[in-house]
Structures are given as structure tokens and as C-alpha cells.
Design a protein around this ligand. Structure first.
Ligand code: 5RP
Length: 221
């Protein structure tokens, strides 16, 4: 069991019969879906909400039943990965391009468990380029406004084409280098016209599970 698998396996231990579970996106969340699928095959009853089309498809293959977020009034536990995690459990997310749905699902959740290899722990956020989901209309102008906040920007691509999110938007990756005040920056970015949401998750995680390469985990809450 590697670091991602160890963190994912531990997170699934918190899921109880009858819960509504949020399923994150990415290579670490993938393992949580696999482990949850195993428990479902053994009789655990859960309903899940997926944070991306990719996750929905993986979950269905694992025999996990998926509903729309609006079909439930809350989520008991959301399990998702992260690109960076600081000492206050603030996050950078969106490396997989699913940050908007991930943030909506996390906000609807009573518990938000973040799972990652211990290499994702940082003292200061921002080395990983901050993903910002923007409306396609006028995106170069929106990126220009983001650059005024002190970053270099690049448009997310898939091959030669601009990558389109599950919501029909684009992602602008913002290279800040370091982010001293995540809560302030999160609000500043979201006040720019054309921005839908950004990948700073401030004060949202309730528990962080870091996996190590030897298969051990560290739980922070
Ligand atoms: C997707 C995400 C992922 O959780 C994040 O990119 C981490 O991915 P991985 O577990 O593959 O390292 O935010 O939008």
C-alpha cells in the first residue's frame, strides 16, 4: 500500500452505514472510491455525490450509487484530495480541474476529510499554481485581472486545445510562488468579473489524513 492508498483507506473507515458521501476527484480520491466500493460489495449502504464526471464513472463501476447534489439536503462525509495543505488545513485544489464542484460539495458537507501523500504538506501555499475557473467569454481579460494580483498566468490545456471543465468553463493557473494570506486572496480572486471560483479552500477541511510511503498515516484534525 503506497502513501495515497494508505490515506484513502483510512478515510473510508469514517464512513458508516446509511451515510451520504461526497467523492472527490484525482488519483488519491480514486483509491477512496475503490475502498468504498469494496465495502459496498460487502453490504455497506451509502449514497454518493460525485465531484466530476470522471469520478461518477469510476464510482458506478465500483457499484456505488450516485445521486445529484440537489437530491440530498446535506453530505455526511466528503473525501477528497489536495495539491497543497498548509499547517492550518487550508488547501490548494483543482490540479484535476474539478475545483468548482469539489468546493460546492465540500461546502455542503458536515465533515470534509482531505487525503494526500505527506509530500503535499507545505508551510506556505502557492508553489503549486492556483487553479481558477473562469467563464470562457473574455477569459484573456479575466486572466489579465488575475495577473494584477501578482501572479503569472497560464491557460489550462489538454493537448493543443484549451481544457474545458465539466461546467463548460476554462481554468487559468495562477503562479503566485507563495500565498501569505489565503483567505484574503480567495476573496479578492472571486471578486473579479469572469471568475467562477478558485482553488483556495480556506477553513473548510475538518480532518487531514497524510499517507506515508511505508503505509502508515498521520491524522490531523
Ligand atoms: C482535482 C483535485 C485533486 O484533489 C488534486 O488535484 C489532487 O489530486 P491527486 O490526488 O491526483 O494528487 O483538486 O481537482
Amino acid at each position: 500500500m503506497d502513501a495515497k492508498q494508505a490515506a484513502a483507506c483510512k478515510a473510508v473507515e469514517y464512513v458508516r452505514d446509511g451515510m451520504i458521501v461526497g467523492l472527490g476527484t484525482g488519483s488519491t480520491a480514486y483509491w477512496a472510491i475503490q475502498y468504498l466500493g469494496e465495502k459496498v460489495k460487502q453490504g455497506l449502504q451509502v449514497t454518493a455525490v460525485a465531484t466530476s464526471a470522471e469520478t461518477e464513472s469510476i464510482a458506478l463501476q465500483c457499484g456505488i450509487s450516485i445521486v445529484e447534489l440537489d437530491a440530498v439536503d446535506h453530505i455526511d462525509i466528503d473525501i477528497d484530495g489536495a495539491d497543497e495543505i498548509d499547517g492550518q488545513m487550508n488547501l490548494v485544489k483543482g490540479g484535476g480541474g474539478a475545483l468548482l464542484r469539489e468546493k460546492i460539495v465540500a461546502a455542503a458537507s458536515r465533515e470534509f476529510i482531505v487525503i494526500a501523500g505527506s509530500n503535499k504538506k507545505v508551510s506556505l501555499l502557492g508553489k503549486f499554481p492556483l487553479p481558477v475557473e473562469v467563464i470562457p467569454f473574455g477569459w484573456k481579460h479575466t486572466a489579465g485581472q488575475l495577473a494584477v494580483l501578482g501572479c503569472d498566468t497560464s491557460i489550462r490545456k489538454k493537448g493543443d486545445e484549451i481544457r474545458v471543465t465539466d461546467n463548460g468553463n476554462y481554468i487559468v493557473d495562477c503562479h503566485f510562488g507563495s500565498i501569505a494570506e489565503p483567505a484574503v486572496l480567495e476573496q479578492k480572486i472571486n471578486s473579479i468579473a469572469g471568475v467562477v471560483e478558485n482553488g483556495l479552500f480556506v477553513n473548510m477541511a475538518t480532518r487531514v489524513i497524510l499517507g506515508h510511503e511505508d503505509g502508515t498515516v498521520q491524522v490531523i484534525s
